[in-house]
Ligand binder design. Sequence first.
Ligand SMILES: Nc1ncnc2c1ncn2[C@@H]1O[C@H](COP(=O)(O)OP(=O)(O)OP(=O)(O)O)[C@@H](O)[C@H]1O
Ligand SMILES: [Mg+2]
Length: 241
Amino acid sequence: MPEAGLWDRIAGMGAEKSLIERRLVLPLENPEVAGHYQLVPPRAVVLFGPPGTGKTTFARAVASRLRWPFLEVLPFQLADDAHGVAAALRRLFAPVEHLDEVVLFFDEAEEIASERQDPTTLAHRVTKELLKLILQFRRGERRLLICATNVVRSLDPAFLRPGRFDYLIPVGPPRTPRPERPSGSGTQGPTGPTGSTFPRWSRPATASPPRTSSTRPAPPPRPPSSGTSRRIRQTLRTPAG
Ligand SMILES: Nc1ncnc2c1ncn2[C@@H]1O[C@H](COP(=O)(O)OP(=O)(O)OP(=O)(O)O)[C@@H](O)[C@H]1O
Ligand SMILES: [Mg+2]
């Protein structure tokens, strides 16, 4: 169970907090109120943004707000399963089916849900299995799957079709105050023509159905492959506290 009060310890990130509270926490906390307004509480969402901007922290904080158990899956640990990654995924999801409520968190989701280039590859089979498991997972009412990624465009498009994820939510980078510029300066500052401190690919936090193009900004440059990132291993752990 995640530590209490985690939500309140998230500093800044007001837009993300407000969005995640309205779209995830409140409908899941108050399904009858959501039903009254014909809102279907979300079952699965993607958080995307640069490293270190708080995706994992937000996922834990959502579980903390809901007081639901939090299970975190690190995909680089899936590869060690003697029966293969798809079998490891099935084994991971099986006990979740029996939990009354849970936030299941997949970090570095692109490692197991990346674009299926070749239908004969192992990656293709793993992606197919995960898609099947997500559909099954969505049948539970008090369950939320959160996938986090730094490179949302590398996710297999099949994951982004309707019926899989309810929202793609950008997280960060943190806003910084607009720097003062000398008056009369007619040139563009380093932050671009509008003075925005966002890099071109990022957007203020807004949620909309995954298929809309507004939710598919170009990703940041892909970080160099760490070597371990190609290996897929799996773990299931609960955060401290
Ligand atoms: N808004 C915030 N308020 C307080 N602490 C934060 C905030 N955002 C991030 N942190 C802290 O920064 C560290 C990195 O955050 P976190 O692991 O949640 O980022 P991430 O987006 O999941 O990174 P990665 O993409 O590398 O997985 C953590 O120690 C977390 O507690
Ligand atoms: Mg993380």
